[in-house]
Design a protein around this ligand. Structure first.
Ligand code: ZN
Length: 395
């Protein structure tokens, strides 16, 4: 089956090409025409893009749920529902993210992820690249929406059992690097392929430098639930925020829903980190892609009730946010309109950059010959028109 998508504005990191065309065959990109010239083989289907935008599919590496489901529900139905809901907004690869919970509950989620990944309908959904564990090794004072009941310290060595149970599916681990035993944990897992991300942390600058040396390469939702400058005997001590902004080794997750961070901070991150060292994430909970109302944050069994209104989920205390209800298209819209970043750079922040960070840059995140045909077509307001997951039109 050969499909030709023509008459599109192709959005890539290097720029936007008018009048481009992309040929898909057997789930892969077979040919890309950027200059209008193309020797056409026989195609089974041709789609006129009518001048709309086409880019690589969006890759969300920090997302808890959507469409009324949370990955912590621990059912295949929840996985499929949340993934389908984000796919409608352009997501073609996903890293389901867990909340701090008992080991047993995490293991159930691992098992469900494996079943969904290997099921026959997996081709109709975004690809699960692996799992992102947010906790349970986080600093209690920076717990945010993480349930403090299940918080642990790495020195109890319980992480060994978690890694074993995940059986290679653990892709990203958000850990507070200042905790006892955290350095040893990162060192021990250095060659495991697990990406360490500093988050829900009260670490001081020196802890962060140690963490970077131990192999941390990411910072979890920059600005949220992380330390910043404190005064000690009059001296200023920077925190995770400043270390993340300063060190190029660290790629920063940014919840660009336009509410977690005001435009001024989005601009500041872009100015300090540069477009190349940022990854846009939704950090969405089950209320994403749903109408305003009351939703459980976390699993159906143990979740806490939060309310969604004005485009964000609010904790019962009325002070803090309980995660976002963003979808990937909204992140792109916010970064272009509110932060004023060029569209091609923004698209890279949710395609090429996350693909590189999680180690799939050789077949995902770009519109290149031989790459997976993960594509999204959208208009000038970033309204998603069509989505292809590994060559199959799913939206
Ligand atoms: Zn999260």
């Amino acid at each position: 089956m050969r499909t030709l998508i023509y008459n599109v504005k192709l959005v890539e990191k290097s720029g936007i090409t008018d009048g481009a065309a992309v040929l898909i065959r057997d789930g892969k990109i077979e040919y890309v025409s950027r200059d209008g010239a193309m020797i056409l083989p026989a195609v089974d289907e041709s789609i006129d893009g009518e001048g709309t935008y086409l880019s690589a599919g969006f890759i969300d590496i920090h997302v808890h749920g959507g469409g009324g489901h949370d990955f912590m529900d621990g059912t295949e139905e929840a996985f499929r529902g949340a993934m389908a809901s984000h796919m409608a907004h352009g997501t073609t690869s996903i890293v389901p993210t867990t909340l701090t919970a008992e080991d047993e509950e995490l293991c159930e989620v691992f098992a469900v992820a494996r079943r969904v990944r290997s099921s026959r309908d997996a081709e109709n959904l975004p690809e699960i690249l692996g799992l992102h564990l947010e906790g349970p090794y986080v600093e209690p004072s920076m717990a945010g929406a993480q349930d403090p009941k299940y918080i642990k310290v790495p020195s109890d060595l319980s992480w060994k059992g978690i890694v074993e149970a995940a059986d290679g599916d653990l892709l990203i681990w958000t850990v507070a690097p200042e905790l006892e035993g955290a350095d040893e944990m990162a060192e021990a897992l250095r060659d495991s392929g697990i990406i360490f991300s500093a988050g829900h942390s009260a670490a001081k600058y020196d802890d962060c430098v140690r963490a970077i040396n131990a192999g941390y390469t990411m910072a979890t939702h920059l600005y949220s639930s992380m330390s910043t400058i404190i005064r000690e005997n009059g001296y200023r001590v920077p925190g995770v925020l400043e270390a993340s902004l300063l060190h190029d080794e660290i790629c920063a997750e940014v919840i660009a829903d336009g509410l977690h961070l005001p435009p001024s901070l989005l601009k500041l991150i872009y100015k300090t980190k540069g477009g190349d060292r940022m990854v846009l994430v939704t950090d969405a909970m089950r209320g994403a892609g749903m109408p305003d109302g009351e939703y459980l944050l976390g699993s159906l069994k143990r979740g806490q009730l939060v309310s969604v209104f004005d485009g964000i989920a609010h904790m019962p205390d009325g002070i803090s946010f309980a995660g976002s209800v963003a979808t990937a298209d909204r992140l792109v819209r916010v970064m272009t309109t509110m932060a004023g970043v060029p569209l091609n750079e923004v698209i890279a922040m949710i395609t090429e950059n996350p693909a590189r960070e999680v180690g799939v840059a050789d077949h995902k995140g770009k519109v290149e010959v031989g790459y997976d045909a993960d594509l999204v077509m959208f208009d000038g307001n970033i309204n998603v028109k069509s989505v292809w997951c590994r060559g199959k039109k799913t939206v």
